[in-house]
Design a protein around this ligand. Structure first.
Ligand code: G6P
Length: 606
């Protein structure tokens, strides 16, 4: 989960390299470095800090070069220091390498290389690669062959970009289980961790597969297998995303922009091919055993969906966090594993899928990023089309996945005859109202949420309560708060509170409660019982509830009253409030909104 970019062109590319690596910064932002080819010499500059800072401090844009590679790091092996920052070079300075992934046998390789006299400057796994290249090149005098020999010695995962003084007009790259693609422009060729690296210049991408390497020059490229060295024919993937969509467009942060894009992304989801959703619903129906799988936010999307399948389709489908899947799930040929992922590159989710596939299970995914590993791994993919999500914290992508799961559950409900056509149509009509409702909530309630968030920004502990489907809403809202504001927030089901956590309630723990519409009498009353339990212990409660015509006056210390909406979409409205509350708390605390500390958008390591 680092970002890799490489550019080769006819004229100076340092500015293009800068823009590309800056667009990948959401993948990791501990430190940044570049290697540029200057005639037949490598210029390497690297340091701790963000991309802009390093390019400015190291005066990189003043260097002229037609070939370069860059890296933005999210540390796994070795602390965040200048020495551990990529690129790494060989002892003789002939090779520079940037890497994303983890090499599991690096200690063994490193010991061997040190024994042969190589000198190491960092604690990273990556540094073995330039030394191996140097060693093999000395044996065969052929960079490509040295690369193939090196790749075949590496265990673990990698996406690599390499430049060498022996071929000053080329970039070499390779992949095993870490994302990597080429950008094929007329005047410029690119390699990138994803297409944000080059979307401003070309929409033609080639996805490098596992076990493949590529050699890029200004006017040509070739992709080969590093097992056979035979050429692999690749087709061009056209990127359908609009590059303007990846810009901030007047918003102070991508997170806010992406929250405001939700009406649009829901509309796109509602226009998804119904035959494709039907096919997936059919796969669920035919399977004996189905699991919903995701991790982090997408685990909460899965938990949310679990309630939808029970209530709309009468089928209980368990949700498992991807990282626990192998230990917990029982998988066979009659199993379907339905994964959810924004990036389509999350290591834990890919591992769960591979485990499922190895047992002969069918696999499916709802994914935002086209061409991503998960989208290519599964038997059936639904591309959600929510456009680039740049903020590290997922809002619009996760939200839209929930809407797609609603569509899927409704279709399954129809197939299983739990719903009749009229109910199905009414539900669809309610969903069609959702973009408009969210737009007006965003327009009319943001100011109020801002004020509440600002007033309570100093509170260090929050309990997030919800019952039924509002429980995953509470979990996901609490995760947003932790991720962006670094404030302790614990999502919990209302009923669970009295079994222990109630003991924590005092004037240092505030509660936020997501209340269902009062039409859902049982759930509504149960939720209010939890509120009473807290209030009886003088706890503070911020209630988010729907227009109840003056019922429960004075029950909440602070309240946000929402317009009455259909019970189907009510939890989604509450989630928008959870997103905004986290965002405004974080802005009050002056957090780094789009790039919070210690996080990365796509966690491609285990
Ligand atoms: C990382 C991110 C989380 C995200 C999770 C799953 O942990 O920091 O925000 O929810 O990965 O990502 P995915 O791309 O698979 O949805």
């Amino acid at each position: 989960m680092c970002g890799i970019n490489g550019v080769v062109g006819l004229n100076n590319i340092s500015e293009v390299l800068f823009e590309g690596i800056r667009n990948l910064e959401y993948r990791g932002y501990d430190s940044c470095g570049v290697a540029l080819m200057n005639k037949k010499h490598l210029i390497v500059r690297k340091n701790i800090g963000g991309v802009e800072e390093i390019f400015h401090r190291e005066n990189i844009l003043s260097k002229k070069s037609r070939v370069g590679i860059a890296h933005t790091r999210w540390a796994t092996h070795g602390t965040v220091t200048q020495e551990n920052t990529h690129p790494f070079t060989s002892c003789d300075g002939a090779f520079a390498v940037v890497h994303n992934g983890i090499l599991s046998n690096y200690r063994f390789l490193r010991d061997g290389l040190i024994g042969e006299g190589h000198q190491f400057d960092s604690d990273t796994d990556t540094e073995v690669i330039p030394h191996l290249l140097e060693k093999h090149y000395k044996e065969c005098n052929d960079v490509e062959l040295a690369l193939v020999k090196t790749l075949n010695m590496l265990e673990g995962t990698f996406a690599l970009a390499i430049i060498s003084i022996y071929h000053p007009d080329q970039i070499f790259c390779a992949r095993r289980e870490s994302p990597l693609m080429l950008g094929i422009g007329d005047e410029l060729k690119f390699v990138g961790s994803d297409f944000n690296a080059f979307i401003d210049y070309t929409k033609n991408a080639i996805i490098i597969g596992d076990g493949e390497y590529a050699i890029l020059s200004r006017d040509s490229y070739v992709v080969k297998s590093y097992l056979t060295q035979k050429e692999v024919t690749k087709s061009i993937t056209k990127i359908e995303w609009d590059n303007e969509a990846a810009k901030k467009g007047g918003y102070p942060h991508y997170m806010l922009k992406e929250i405001y894009e939700q009406p649009q992304t829901i509309t796109t989801a509602l226009e998804l091919d119904s035959a494709s959703l039907d096919e997936l619903a059919g796969m669920i129906q035919k399977s004996e055993n189905v699991y919903l799988v995701g991790v982090g936010t997408t685990f909460y999307v899965s938990k949310f969906s679990k309630y939808l399948f029970s209530s709309l389709a009468g089928q209980f489908i368990p949700a498992i966090s991807s990282d626990e899947f192998t230990s917990l799930a029982t998988v066979d040929k009659k199993t379907l594993v339905l994964t959810v992922s924004q990036s389509g590159e999350t290591f834990d989710t890919i591992s769960a899928l591979k485990h499922a596939k190895s047992k002969g299970a069918k696999t499916a995914a709802i994914v935002n990023v086209m061409g991503s590993s998960i989208s290519r791994l599964v038997d059936k993919v639904i591309l959600q089309g929510s456009g680039p999500e740049i903020c590290v914290i997922s809002t619009k992508a996760a939200f839209t996945q929930m809407v797609i799961m609603m569509l899927l559950a409704l279709r399954l409900g129809l197939k299983r005859k739990v719903l009749v056509r009229k109910e199905f149509d009414e539900s669809l009509a309610a969903l069609r109202e959702l973009p408009g409702i969210i737009q007006s909530i965003l327009n009319e309630r943001s100011g109020f949420i801002h004020r509440v968030a600002h007033n309570y920004a100093k509170i260090k502990n929050w309990l997030y309560l919800g019952r039924g489907i509002y429980y995953p809403v509470a979990l996901e809202s609490a995760l947003k708060m932790k991720e962006v504001a670094y404030v302790h927030a614990e999502g919990m089901s209302g009923g669970f509170l009295k079994h222990g956590t109630l003991a924590m309630v005092d004037d240092e723990v505030n509660t936020i409660v997501f209340t269902p519409p009062c039409g859902d009498k049982e759930l509504y009353e149960a939720t209010l019982r939890s509120v009473e339990e807290i209030r009886a212990r003088s706890g503070f409660v911020f209630g988010i509830h729907f227009n109840e015509k003056g019922r429960n006056k004075g029950l909440f210390n602070e309240e946000l009253i929402l317009p009455n909406v259909s019970p189907l979409v009510a939890p989604l409205i509450q989630l928008v409030i959870g997103q905004l509350f986290a965002y405004f708390t974080a802005t009050s605390l002056k957090r780094n909104i789009d790039k919070p500390r210690f996080l990365a958008k796509s966690v491609t390591v285990g």
